[in-house]
Write a protein that binds this ligand. Sequence first.
Ligand code: G3P
Length: 220
Amino acid sequence: MKIFLDTANIEHIRHGVRMGVVAGVTTNPTILSREGKVDYQKLVKEICSMVPGPVSTEVLSQDGEGMVAEARDMAKWAENIVIKIPATLEGLEATSVLSGENIKVNFTLCFTLNQAVLGAAAGAAFISPFVGRLDDIGEDGMEVVADIVEYLDSSESRTQVIAASIRHPQHCLMAARIGAHIATVPYEVLLAMMKHPLTDSGIERFRDDWRRVMAREGLL
Ligand code: G3P
């Protein structure tokens, strides 16, 4: 499973790329607005130059024509840009037009297998089911991801699933188990994925044992 960072924070992206684990980035208007009063186009271009893979940015228009116009413009920002288009009827039409022009689409705000089936049929490169938001309303978000992965893999589709709206390391674990192609994770969740108390106490214990023996042998 590939790991994308779900953030527009340059420092967090820089750290993730330095660790060698970040294969892409996803943003949305909420995520970009968290970075404050900045030139969003400049910020997205900078992210694109830092990341060795797809960087998703989202259209704000809700009508098909508007989405296509915005997407065509954004597509010129960088080679690795991917346009997030919402899973609506208008979005479906826009996805089909953009895919026909070789502009990569991330079909976002996807909550059902049916939406994913149509998004893939329209040519989306990625489908983003929102796990946490489904869990929030008492549904099983990861079950929807599993259904979509199974459907796309069995139909030998080239569309990839991005498990999105990931809230904690357990979501990542489940996404990996069910074979999600990608999980897009907040920076804090990425850090938490590596954390285990036994790793920390193990390091401590090795260091103490080493020091004790070295001190006994008079080597310290
Ligand atoms: O990847 C989509 C994500 O940014 C939405 O997450 O936590 O707002 O549901 P959340």
